[in-house]
Design a protein around this ligand. Structure first.
Ligand code: SAH
Ligand code: SF4
Length: 354
């Protein structure tokens, strides 16, 4: 049995030909699946009964199963989805005026094991398929339309910042971008799609040749090699000087500014020598710096910075010529903030106190 949601428009065209139909029928089916979010083949009213019956015989339209939605006080909503094999992943909806962003997962767990990340502490189970990545956006849009009563609500932006590392599942990630991008589907512009990586160098080179203008975000967290390697184990294989070259290459190819994400871990990476190293690392790279205050989760070995520490750090970074932004934490009360995605239910969330 085919899962029609897992096929791209060309593959659907081939399938239509095989069942004796013209290829253009594929776009009808694709629209039903990715624009209207319909899974019941009988509801696809502009497809003839004969073709519908054939489609039902050879396949089905898969769907992530929504297990729970946790609305946060700040308007964001955390989602728990079950995959066809029973595994679970999370996604987050983040509204900000006209912008409606979905943060998607790309893996069940994550193999990178970063020391400050709840997902990393889970270990790795498997990669997601491209349809499983794109379907998170479709399902969130569908849910939010019902939840808000706004039938026209559209997801405008997608960030690959949920569970997992996109650049070690790059083929599926690229295919999911094509799906999100499709004019006859969700129609999300590639400039509104951000892929965040922990710094997988071969992946950055491959993304430089990708035929879509997605934004790149690099999780730097420290510009001092030994420090970075302590919290990001993969930094040993992909050291800073090579990472810098890869990012420069990306910029030269794409002419798109890169964002460096800098997790603020108080008393670990917020000293004068840290700022100096950061200054040197980013100098000459057209980029901006996004400071992310550490979000605690059960069992975390770092503490959250105080408001004063955040303020002080951001102010001190202002001597750099780069734009520095502070990521307002969203969804923390439901475990939906950065680094908290690890199947904790809100009731389980105990914030570590120091
Ligand atoms: N694997 C990718 C994308 C997912 S993580 C990456 O690492 O970039 C998305 C962002 O959340 C990264 O910048 C990551 O460093 C950050 N993050 C992870 N744990 C966090 C935590 N506990 N608090 C705040 N941000 C965290
Ligand atoms: Fe994986 Fe990113 Fe978490 Fe590191 S920060 S463990 S790469 S999800």
């Amino acid at each position: 049995m085919y899962n029609y949601k897992a096929l791209n428009i060309k593959e659907l065209g081939d399938l239509m030909e095989r069942i004796g139909e013209s290829r253009f029928r594929a776009s009808q089916l694709y629209r039903w699946i990715w624009k209207r979010g319909v899974t019941d083949i009988d509801k696809m009213s502009d497809i003839s009964k004969r073709v519908r019956n054939l489609l039902k015989e050879t396949g089905y339209v898969g769907e992530l199963k929504l297990k729970a939605a946790y609305p946060s006080k700040d308007g964001s909503v955390k989602f728990l989805f079950e995959l066809e094999d029973g595994k679970e992943i999370e996604s987050v909806f983040i509204p900000d005026r006209d912008r409606k962003t979905v943060c998607v997962s790309v893996q069940v767990g994550c193999p990178m094991g970063c020391k400050f990340c709840a997902t990393g502490s889970l270990g790795f189970t498997r990669n997601l398929k491209s349809w499983e990545i794109a379907d998170q956006v479709l399902q969130v849009q569908k849910f939010m339309r019902e939840f808000t009563g706004d039938k026209e609500l559209r997801i405008t932006n997608v960030v690959y910042m949920g569970m997992g590392e996109p650049l070690v599942n790059l083929q599926e990630v690229k295919n999911s971008v094509y799906t999100l991008n499709s004019h006859i589907g969700l129609n999300i512009g590639s400039r509104r799609i951000t892929i965040s990586t922990v710094g997988i160098i071969p992946g950055i080179y491959e993304l430089s040749d990708f035929d879509r203008q997605v934004k790149l975000a690099v999780s730097l967290h420290s510009a001092i090699q030994w420090k970075r390697a302590r919290i990001v184990p993969v930094a040993k294989a992909y050291p800073l000087h090579k990472l810098r070259k890869a990012v420069m290459h990306y910029f030269e190819r794409k002419k798109r500014w890169v964002t460096f994400e800098y997790l603020l871990l108080p008393e670990f990476n917020d000293g004068e020598e840290d700022i100096r190293a950061l200054e040197e690392f980013v100098s000459g790279i057209p980029s901006k710096i996004n400071v992310i205050p550490f979000n605690p989760y059960p069992g975390a070995s770092f503490r959250a910075p105080t408001d004063r520490e955040i303020d002080r750090f951001v102010k001190r970074l202002q001597r750099l010529p780069h734009t520095v932004t502070l990521r307002a934490s969203r969804g923390g009360d439901v475990g939906g903030a950065c680094g908290q995605l690890a199947k904790f239910h809100p009731g389980d969330l105990r914030f570590v106190k120091i």
